[in-house]
Design a protein around this ligand. Sequence first.
Ligand code: HEC
Ligand code: HEC
Ligand code: HEC
Ligand code: HEC
Length: 133
Amino acid sequence: MKVLSGIFLLVVILVIIFGSPFPSEKPLRARYYNSPEPILPMSFEHQDHVKTNCLVCHHNYLDDTGIDMCMNCHVTNQEVWPLLEDQFHDLCRGCHAEKAAEDADDNPPRECIACHRESENQGEVGAFSSQPS
Ligand code: HEC
Ligand code: HEC
Ligand code: HEC
Ligand code: HEC
């Protein structure tokens, strides 16, 4: 009995320190940026990406198509909408995996929930989920 309650106490302490191993957050699909179909909300912060040149992501700054939110084009342009998952995983997950393989100091996450979650920062600039509709 003593051993069991000891283990129970240890688990409770670990959960308090590290959080539940079963994430309670579940990304909810919605028509962010008036997407034709509901999509997953995103987490994104510029402060995590200050070492990357703006043009790596903001390709539209180059061809002078104007300063605009990525999703405004990527969900409205019929040519690129079907490619959303592939293109953004290439860019975002691609770099995260590359950095992790390089064993860089900053080791960006690859698990789905790190990028796809109901952002705590909902409503702030920098979260993809800033404009649900
Ligand atoms: C790793 C990719 C990435 C890099 C690097 C990056 N951005 Fe962004 N930026 C984004 C994403 C994604 C959004 C859209 C966020 C949203 O929808 O909430 C965004 C949004 C913005 C916006 C608001 C939307 C707009 O265009 O009016 C501005 C301004 C901006 N970025 C400027 C910059 C500047 C300047 C740099 C370089 C110093 C930079 N960004 C670097 C990915 C990036
Ligand atoms: C003005 C409209 C527009 C904006 C704004 C825009 N894109 Fe795009 N994007 C496009 C179009 C159109 C293509 C496909 C043609 C091309 O590759 O130039 C594309 C292609 C891409 C690709 C695939 C490139 C490749 O080589 O396969 C990625 C990744 C991408 N965009 C990410 C972003 C990100 C991230 C943002 C915001 C920081 C953004 N885009 C903003 C219109 C836009
Ligand atoms: C050129 C490389 C690169 C690209 C492109 C990139 N990232 Fe990152 N990302 C990083 C690095 C490096 C970190 C870790 C930064 C740190 O810990 O200081 C990071 C951190 C993050 C984090 C923080 C995760 C956490 O929980 O700490 C999120 C979320 C994220 N990136 C989402 C994105 C999204 C979404 C895109 C595409 C729009 C993207 N990233 C594109 C390199 C990149
Ligand atoms: C580094 C960031 C990142 C990681 C990690 C990541 N994704 Fe994505 N994913 C994106 C971005 C950015 C988009 C395009 C924007 C959006 O869908 O809101 C996207 C789009 C998608 C889409 C298609 C559009 C949608 O929203 O339904 C699916 C499905 C998806 N991801 C599933 C996954 C799954 C499953 C995993 C884990 C195996 C995963 N993603 C990991 C960044 C990421």
